[in-house]
Structures are given as structure tokens and as C-alpha cells.
Design a protein around this ligand. Sequence first.
Ligand SMILES: [Fe+2]
Length: 487
Amino acid sequence: MKIRERIKSLVNSRTSGEHQYHQNDFMYSRKGPWPQPSPVHPWGESPAVVHVPFREVVDWWIWIGSRYVATLGLSPYYLLKGFLFPGLKEVSDEKFQDLLNYSMMSKFLTDQLDQADRDIFKDYLGEDRQWFIVDLQAVEVVETFEGIYVSATKTLLYKEDDKFIVRCIYVDKTTTIFESTDGDAWELAKYFVLQGGALCATLVVHPLLHFPFDSINAISKTSLPKDHVLFRLLSPHFRFTLPLENAVLNYKSSLLQEKWYMTYAPYPGGPAGLRDLLVEGYKGIKDNLSYPPFSYSLTSPKIEGKYGVYLAKYYDVFYSYVSEVLKDVEKNDFWISKWADYCHKHVVDFPNGEKIWEGDTLIRAVTTYLFTVTVAHSTDHYNYGQINKREVPLRMRQAPPEKGVKMIKRSKLVKPWDLMKYYMADNLFFSPTTVTSLIQARYNFKEAHRVNAATKFKKDLIQLDSDLKKMGIEYMPLKKIAASIQF
Ligand SMILES: [Fe+2]
């Protein structure tokens, strides 16, 4: 054996336990992407993958980035639409309640009232009801542009049968509680709740389905051999994600920035405050039970109402699939233990190389990854895309209400260019634009039982899609659910 080969073999045998692997048995010859502290907010945001392989960047530009550039040409069309159909539409009390009950904003519904909530609503909590809250305190960090307003709000609701009924709204900027009998002030309060919901949905809770999972994407590509079963199971769900995330977080042209020429930057304030929303999502808000810090979950998300039922049913299908694929993986498999240790270092509460072997922890950890980057992530986008942008504003041109205030005309509550930016952002980023779909994901398994498991998985997904329709829980058609985070 040549000296070079001999050294290579020694290095590999020392690092690879019982199997011998060479560098070229790995996707990027073990020199692939890896997470690092976030360049913008090293202690407040989740670790980021900044050095993205060139071929992934090119792939992303061909399929996604080029569409962004082409779509910029639609700005005049959306501006015209903003002039022709100006301002906001009326949101009835029923519609308002439905949005909090059934849209992706139902993620905010919780019965965990903390001390501040109890103090604010003390005059109501004496009523004998099962109380819930939609707490949108997180938006208080937004630094708004001149003439644009935002306010933290808390909406008090009670549960009656399966429905959450709105009782009143607390608007933080004016420290006032409004009820449905408060006329114009009530109408304004509803818009501020919906605006807060839109901001918290897109910049506080939805990012938790993106950025913490990037570490797992990068670590898996770099540390797992290409012929390992775990690599084969995960890899159909990696494409487009790392370049996308890097563009959102670090490009000067990101929608989180605000320059005059950015016809797609829809938010009410500049990047500093917006980035703080991401920090609140990841680190949580002290003493506020509605905003716990991010923790890698080993179960389906606990969400009230139909949205939670929809997600839980999909989680179960992924769980059965992953159980079948990984059922004969040897305990303490060297590569999985290492992979878990690496992930554990970068993803809060990801089980380490020892814990991963307790009970069904490995199956749950893998299920959470696959379920999150496909169904949970895509459905959020699809649902938000369906929301009428003239009912759920991102900008408000009237100050938060006080009792007895007169609301300006609805057509003036947002300006035509506010709408243009919102429509553009919706077209580019919010509404899903699926390039590769979950149902067409190809798993390169070699063993018959794994190939069969993948076939059964697809059948189970199709069956669930049809069952959910029958149950009236239609959130997103299965065929549109993406195979990875690609929008
Ligand atoms: Fe997303």
C-alpha cells in the first residue's frame, strides 16, 4: 500500500468505528456546510449556515432566485391594484373570531394566562368560564416608520364547545380594553390584533420552523455517509433550504431590510426591530407564558383547534414511516450517535448521542425534522397566502385606538404602496411556490422493507389527505406540500 493510502486508511479507521469510509463517501467529502453563531445576532438567534456550497447556491438561483427577479416586474401591476381597490376591508366580528380560531394564527391561542394577563383582565376573569388568550406582546419591539403604527395587544377569549369566543381586546399603546360595543375603537382594535398576528406569525413563530432546522440540514450532509440509511431518509428533504435561509438572513436585498426600491418589503419598520422579533421567537419573552424559548420538540406541536388536529394527524403518518425505516438500525450506531451529538451542540434540546437511543427518541427526533420541513412549514405558508391582505394588514396608518375615537376612512388605513409591497411579498415569499413536492420525494433505499415503507408512506399520505377533506379539515392539498423548506 502506498504511504498516502496507508495514512488515509488509518485516519478513516480511527474515526469511523467499525466501518471504513473515505472522504468521498460523504456528500461534500466531509468539507460540507456547518452551523456557526448567527453573524447578525450570535446570542439571540439560532445558529446559521453562512458558507453554503456553491452548487446549492446555483441550484437555488436557477429554480427560485431567478423567479424572484422576474417577479419584480409585477410591482406596477400591484401598485395599480392598490389604487383601484384602496385601503382595508371591513372585518366582521365573526370573521375576526374565525381568523383566530381556524387560521395559522390559532397557534397563539393558549390557556396559559400569566400574571400580567391576569392583572389586565381582572374585571373579566371572575366570570365562570374557561379562559384563553391571544397574546401579541412580541410586536412592541418593532420600530415603526413615520406615520405607521403598531401596538401590542392581548385578546381574551373563552371556550364554548369547540369554539373560542372573543370577549375583549386590550390595546397596550393606550392601555385600554375594548369590547364589541365600542364602535370605531373596536374596529381599529381588531385591525391591530390582526396586524400583530401577521407580524408574530411571519417573524416570531414561523421562523422557528426554518432556522433551527438549518443546523440539522448542514450537519446531516456533512457528517453522515451517503449510503447510511439516515442519510437516505433525510436527504430528499434538504434541497434549496440553505441558500434560501442565507438570502433571507444575510442578503442586503432581504425583505427584512427597507430601501426605497424594495417594492417587496412590506413590514411597518426597519431591520433592527424586525430582527428583534426573531430573537423573541427563539429566546422567548421573559415572564410571558405565550412566548417560551425554542426547544426541539419530540412530539407534534400543541395547537388548539382544527389546525392542531390537522398537524397531529400528519405527524402520526411520518412517525409510522420513520419507525419502519429505522426499525432495524443497530443500537449505538456510530454515525447516528455522532450525528446526534453534533446536532445537540447546535439545536436546543436535540437529544445527544446517548439520549438518542432511549426508547423511541431517535424515531421522534427524525419524525420532527421531516414533518416540520414539509407539512408544518408548507401549510403555514399556504394558509397565510389565503388570508385576505386587505383584512389582515402589516401596516396601519391610524394610531392605536382610545375610547370614543373616530376611525378614518377604511380606504385610508393603508396606502396603495403599502398594499403593493404586501402583494409583492405575498407573491414572492408568503404564498407557497413548490418546486419539489413531498409526495414525489424519492428515497434511495436498497432494502426491500424500506422501499415498501416508502411506498406505504405515500399511500398513507394520500389516504390522510382524503380523510381530512371528509372531516372538513382542509388546510393544504397534499400535492402542493413541498419536500423541503424552499419558500
Ligand atoms: Fe417559511
